[in-house]
Structures are given as structure tokens and as C-alpha cells.
Design a protein around this ligand. Sequence first.
Ligand code: ADE
Length: 254
Amino acid sequence: MRIKVLTLFPEMFAPLSASILGRAEKAGLLSVETLDIRAFTNDKHRRCDDYPFGGGPGMVMTAQPLHDAFLSATRGFAARRVLLSPKGRTLTQRRAMELAKEEGLILLCGHYEGVDQRAIDLWVDEEISIGDYVLTGGELAAMVLIDALARHVPGVLGDETSAAEESFMEGLLEYPQYTRPAEFLGLRAPEELLSGAHKKIEAWRREKMLTETRERRPDLFEKLELSADDRVLLGLEERKPRRRRSQNRERDEK
Ligand code: ADE
């Protein structure tokens, strides 16, 4: 996957060369290129912003350097064009997975009080927000988006999707994890997990997923379709007694 980032602060993207994303770049699975918007301005003072028409606080990013940056970035590169903005649709795991299927992306990082709407109308396919709060610019949001979707580019994480991710997709939070030692500062890991009994471990984990989701994210819990087993784990229902074979035979003979 190839990503071009249009930004006034290319130096902010240094963290992407560390860790898993750095490895993915070296392995040729992901390429992130920054284009400095300032390099495209025709202004003799190299300005890329101006006062808003109609007045009001702050500055607005001007259309010309953005237009020229997009012209340059799209030459020979068919890509979906995304503006990072608090006005956009909130990023979800599902959207990150979908965007990871694109061959190319161009991310525009907004700054100041906004971006001249004409540049948006001319070039932007989609606006994405990473949450209901306002950052000083789109750079951190772009890095969050790149990280979230890079995990879905085949080969970046290795084969396994993590259990945490799968449960999140199911609308559940992950169960708590423990590792050695079995006892730390007098705190013992749950006996169920130490038991080695597969069924017991599964039931414990499922119960924790359900109870943690109910406590921490009632909005997600409300949307769940609970199975009969889930209802038993939550104590909402009694476990149905297993029918004895002799009862089944009586039923079948009727
Ligand atoms: N730019 C400023 N705030 C933002 C947000 N919450 N998401 C995406 N881009 C932004």
C-alpha cells in the first residue's frame, strides 16, 4: 500500500519509521511519503494561510498550494483522497479495514482554523475524524489512521489477527490477560486460567468479555445478540438441564 501525506509539518511523521510500521516499510509492504505543502505555494513569502473571509478567529489554509500539491501527488497515482478533520466521519475498525484494501491513499492534514472549502470540493473524496475532540492539526490523526490501517495490510503483523481485534469486531471488549508468574505481590492469576481445562478457560474468558463490555461500554452491550450460553454466563438464565437419553427416546417414540 502506498500513502502520500500532504502536510505543512513533514517532520512530524518521523515516528512512523519506528517499530512495526518501520519494518513494514523496509519490507516493501507499506510506503509513506510526505509532501511539504509549503513547497507548492506561489506566495512570495511562502505563506499557505490567510484571514477568513467574513472575519472570525484564526487562519484558513489557502486553496492554491493545496491544489498544486494534489496535482503533483496524483500524477500517475490513482488514490483515494482523504482530509483529516474533526468534521469528518469518525474512524472505526471497520472503516480502517476497508481503507486498507485501497492501493493508494492521499491524506491531507488540515491546520489552522480550516481549509478553503474550494480545495476540499475540488479534491477530497472523504473526510475522516479520529474522535470528538479538536487537535491542533491533522498530522497526529493521519498517523493514527495509517497505524490503524497498516495492521490490515497483509504481512504487516504476520498471519495472526489478534484475539483482541476479533472480539472488538464482534462488538465485545477483550478479556483480561495474565502471564507468569502465577502469583505476583500476593496477587494470584485466576484459577480458571491456571487450570489447563480448556472448557473452563473458554467459559471464564467469555464471561469476562460479556461483563467487561456491559460495565465499560453499555452502548456496545445493548447491541449484542446474546446466545443462550451467554445468558447463562451472565446469570440471566438458568442452565437448561441436559435431557437424559431415556427422555429423548420417550420423545422420539411419541
Ligand atoms: N484535525 C483536528 N482535529 C481532528 C480530529 N479529531 N480528527 C481528525 N483530524 C483532526
